[in-house]
Design a binder for this molecule. Structure first.
Ligand SMILES: NC(=O)c1ccc[n+]([C@@H]2O[C@H](COP(=O)([O-])OP(=O)(O)OC[C@H]3O[C@@H](n4cnc5c(N)ncnc54)[C@H](OP(=O)(O)O)[C@@H]3O)[C@@H](O)[C@H]2O)c1
Length: 370
């Protein structure tokens, strides 16, 4: 193996996505990955001088490990390798805010960071600024934070860095919302109640355990924050990044505004409450259909007007958001000066462990390629 091609990797979080990430790294035919450490939220497995992590039996070894997780140890191990001139990488496959807050220190130490975790890029601007500043020493890539494995962030960066001007980004960013409204408000016409569609989506695992966490629009607002901060024209006159409080600064239409606190905090309570909303949604669906439209929950970054919003909107039955979505697809339209009247469109599965891991591993390969 060409030593220049070796990358020392710590993988934090080996749940649905993280397991696929480890398997895709191990199976890669072209590059050698030295697994420095693997962790769940409780346990940790570390390579030592005498024994590397076994790529075949890593799961059993981690499950039986008695070493409690300590991310400061993971950091110092990677830091030692950086001092020896080696290339290192910290992959965060958790959804943890605490882990996200480690990125500035990791990057400052020359450790690269790759992650599908949205928290660091969609929260308070202070953390985001810290990451951007620290990236002079280490690089960070986070393709899978928007659209899972779909090339959304890399496309946006390519447009921006080649001098195109973004006019507007508009899309269906949530796989769950996509599934719900593709079924609830189809071009052919639908009659099933809103609560029944959500119940089906929950049963098939398309929603969070409490669908309130999908229907409040926060996940879409997080993705919009991530994109808006990459667009230079979204900065203010002083050059500050937009959306001071991250997703909480996005104009977000929650679909569960009327939900009582007990339903917001408990999935089963939420499902018992939801039928009360069926008449309200049915009225919106009927009105949209009478006008030749369907309902879609979309996110918009309107650069010209500096508006970032997540909302339930009406689209003509001939629009790609109405005609071309299936299952839990995401679809994102980039309206730019170069692309003129015909926007650049990226569409495909917006969730799933294997495609999300593909986005993570493709970021890893970007770091390792000469
Ligand atoms: N699944 C998708 O389709 C998808 C799509 C796009 C983005 N993402 C993002 O990908 C990330 C992972 O998602 P997932 O579905 O794989 O989640 P998951 O199955 O819940 O796995 C999360 C993993 O992180 C570990 N973990 C949690 N907190 C930790 C901490 N403080 N320190 C160390 N490890 C910790 C968990 O350990 P335990 O096993 O001990 O609990 C688990 O191994 C999330 O940020 C998610 O938003 C997922």
């Amino acid at each position: 193996m060409d030593p220049g091609k070796q990358l020392h990797v710590a993988v934090v979080g080996v749940g649905g996505v993280g397991t696929q990430v480890v398997e895709q790294l191990i199976a890669n035919p072209n590059y050698g990955f030295h697994l420095v450490a693997l962790t769940s939220s409780k346990r940790m497995l570390k390579s030592t001088k005498d024994a590397c992590i076994n790529p075949v039996a890593w799961r059993d070894a981690l499950d039986s490990s008695e070493t409690p997780v300590d991310l400061s140890v993971v950091k110092s191990t990677l830091q030692e390798l950086v001092k020896q001139g080696e290339k290192t990488l910290f992959i965060d496959n958790t959804s943890s805010q605490d882990v996200a807050e480690l990125y500035p220190a990791l990057l400052s130490a020359g450790i690269n960071v790759v992650t599908p975790n949205k928290k660091a890029f969609s929260g308070e601007v202070v953390l985001y600024q810290g990451i951007v500043q620290a990236s002079r020493s280490g690089r960070y890539l986070h393709e899978s934070t928007v659209g899972a494995g779909l090339p959304i962030i890399s496309t946006l960066r390519d447009l921006v860095e080649t001098g195109d001007k973004i006019v507007k980004i508009e899309g269906v960013f949530s796989g769950t919302m996509s599934y719900i409204f593709n079924n609830y408000s189809s071009v052919e016409g639908s009659h099933e109640s809103f609560s029944s569609i959500v119940k089906g989506a929950r049963a098939q695992g398309y929603t969070e355990p409490n669908p309130a966490d999908d229907l409040n629009g926060a996940d879409v607002a997080r993705k919009l924050t991530i994109l808006a901060r990459i667009i230079p024209e979204m900065k203010d006159e002083q050059g500050n990044f937009p959306l001071l409080h991250g997703y909480q600064s996005v104009e977000t239409t929650s679909l569960i505004q009327a939900a009582p606190p007990s339903a917001v905090s408990n999935g089963d309570e939420f499902m018992r409450w939801l039928p009360e909303q069926d008449a309200h949604f049915a009225q919106m669906r009927e009105q949209a259909a009478n006008e030749g439209n369907v309902l879609r929950y979309v996110g918009v970054v309107d650069v010209k007007n500096k508006v970032v919003k997540a909302e339930l909107a009406k689209y003509p039955k001939t629009h790609p958001f109405a005609t071309s979505l299936g299952g839990s697809d995401n679809i994102i339209m980039f309206h730019t000066e170069r692309y003129g009247k015909r926007p650049l469109i990226v569409q495909g599965a917006g969730a799933g462990n294997d495609v999300t891991a593909m986005g993570v591993v493709s970021d890893v390969l970007k770091l390792i390629r000469p």
